[in-house]
Design a protein around this ligand. Structure first.
Ligand code: NAG
Ligand code: NAG
Ligand code: NAG
Ligand code: NAG
Ligand code: NAG
Ligand code: NAG
Ligand code: NAG
Length: 462
């Protein structure tokens, strides 16, 4: 046991180093981005992950599935008892069984500490949640020797499915109210002190994952984060946190590719979905977002890093009562490229900045302008309709001075004020592209053609 705990600690530190030292370093393929197709990175044909809509575990018991109910491993499920050890033991058994099912039964509330569930598991492994799982309530009850950055972590687990009709409750409220959170200190200040808060669910270096059917609420920080994963299928999940809960992104992906996010509903206090560096082949469909900060690619290029993301599609979705609709945000001084992004058939309902590119992203408001920037190209907006909040222009394309955005194409856009009169026109800065149809409101600020600086310079290597 001691050895196992040591191992967990070592893993935790390894994560820290990889996560904070190497984020922008993964997946460099040194080719000019215009020619970079990802064919050579995908060694397998894109095919759907394992069948997700399996029947409930009971109906399956005469099959070859083996069900490992956490109660049979000593879990109490009264919402108070620490059931961590029982979960770990159940995990060890279920994970080592072909088509094993770790069952978190309906009608019980299990309290578990920050835990790393480590693979590999036998194929067909399912973590089935019908009951409720929650962490200790708030920072004061979080044991000092457990990570404050993450709660449930799945590490090196391939072919796993996390599903069921249950609830994962992050009990985030006391974390959101820490005095280090924006304006939560005395008299509305923000105290400058360590502010780690756990991500509810992290998948790290895992492939062929399915997450389906669950409700996840009130994470102290991001609800889901995927790092260095491949073939991720997320379907029919429901994430909720209050509109004012800080940093509670719904799903964040980083260095992760072949991602599908379908038929889900997310309302929270930050980005609905955020897509970081090293992500490509991302398909988002039928997502309902809001309130929140919309769907975001970025922020990319922080601390002069190289960031690459491509082939990202968001379609058939609704974004309501949000600070942004579909956004690409990059920092001055970064490099790399974002290309091949399609936003299609998206309904906006009372959204500030429904369509926004911000290459001057800066949290402190005093970031210097730089000559280097992440190059944005081939960004397509098709069928973006609905209403916007007139405090911001309905379309805002602010591209770097030295690295323009190119090939922005816009068609079938109809955006009307949610209330009040039109005051701000679409805004463009150094943005090249074309309108393929007339739009409401009209856009007259896009520049035509391809600028010489892009043809002359070696920008956008990925
Ligand atoms: C933290 O300390 C408690 C009490 O000493 C112990 O039971 C637990 O295993 C420790 N956890 C870790 C991750 O070291
Ligand atoms: C908060 O404001 C009150 C009244 O202005 C003042 O007396 C108090 O010292 C302030 N507290 C802090 C921590 O700044
Ligand atoms: C993941 O899925 C792909 C495509 O379905 C398959 O080719 C591959 O073997 C799977 N990888 C693992 C590690 O299970
Ligand atoms: C879209 O997702 C919702 C759940 O958010 C679901 O009820 C609906 O059936 C989905 N629509 C389609 C066309 O799949
Ligand atoms: C883009 O990603 C989709 C999956 O989302 C994939 O089917 C398609 O082949 C990719 N396109 C390119 C050009 O890589
Ligand atoms: C950076 O450049 C933009 C566009 O030229 C300009 O609007 C902005 O004021 C500049 N910011 C700084 C801090 O110089
Ligand atoms: C512009 O982008 C679209 C996709 O958004 C792509 O199909 C087209 O080839 C690009 N045009 C050029 C000139 O690169």
């Amino acid at each position: 046991m001691v050895a196992f705990r040591l191992f967990v600690l070592v893993l935790y530190f390894t994560f820290g180093v990889i996560m904070f030292g190497g984020q922008a370093r993964y997946h460099h393929h040194h080719r000019r981005h215009k020619h970079s197709h990802h064919a050579s990175q995908i060694s397998m044909p894109p095919s759907p992950p394992p069948e997700a809509s399996a029947p409930s575990p009971d109906e399956n018991s005469n099959n070859h599935n083996s069900i490992y109910d956490v109660r049979n491993f000593g879990a109490v499920g009264d919402g108070v008892t620490d059931d961590t050890e029982a979960f770990k033991t159940a995990w060890d058994s279920a994970c080592q069984t072909e088509a094993g099912i770790l069952l978190v039964p309906y009608g019980y509330i299990f309290m578990i500490q920050s835990t790393i569930f480590t693979g590999p598991c036998e194929s067909g492994f399912v973590f089935w949640v019908d009951g409720t799982i929650m962490p200790p309530d708030g920072p004061d009850s979080w044991p000092k020797n457990y990570s404050r950055r993450q709660w449930l972590v799945f590490y090196r687990v391939d072919e796993m499915s996390l599903q069921g009709g249950g609830l994962i409750d992050g009990r985030g409220e006391q974390w959101w109210n820490l005095p280090c959170k924006p304006h939560k200190g005395a008299n509305g200040t923000t105290l400058r002190e360590p502010c780690d808060s756990p991500i509810a669910i992290r998948f790290f270096m895992s492939n062929n994952l399915t997450v389906q059917g669950l409700k996840i609420r009130n994470s102290p920080q991001f609800h889901f984060r995927f790092d260095n994963c491949r073939n991720v299928h997320i379907e029919s999940i429901h994430i909720t946190a209050p509109a004012l809960s800080p940093n509670t992104d719904g799903i964040h992906i980083e260095n992760t590719n072949n991602v599908e996010i379908y038929n889900s509903v997310i309302s929270n206090g930050d980005d609905c979905v955020s897509i970081g560096s090293g992500c490509y082949d991302v398909d988002i469909r039928n997502l309902t977002c809001g309130p929140g900060h919309g769907i975001s690619i970025g922020s990319l290029g922080n601390h002069n890093s190289r960031a690459c993301a491509s082939n990202i599609t968001v379609r058939d979705s609704v974004i309501k009562n949000s600070d942004n609709g579909v956004r690409i945000k990059t920092w001055q001084g970064g490099s790399g490229a974002v290309s091949g992004v399609t936003f299609e058939n998206i309904h906006m309902d009372n959204v500030r900045n429904p369509m926004i590119i911000d290459q001057f992203y800066c949290l402190s408001k005093d970031c210097a302008n730089r000559t280097s920037a992440v190059y944005l190209s081939d960004i397509q907006y098709v069928g973006i309709k609905g209403t916007y909040d007139i405090r911001s222009p309905p379309m805002h394309f602010a591209c770097s001075d030295s690295v323009p955005c190119t090939n922005i194409t816009i068609s079938d856009v109809e955006l009307l004020p949610a209330k009040g009169d039109v005051v701000l026109d679409p805004f463009c800065w150094n943005a090249y592209g074309e309108l393929q149809t007339l739009t409401i409101p009209p856009v007259s600020c896009l520049l035509e053609g391809i600028p010489q600086s892009v043809l002359d310079n070696d920008i956008g290597y990925c």
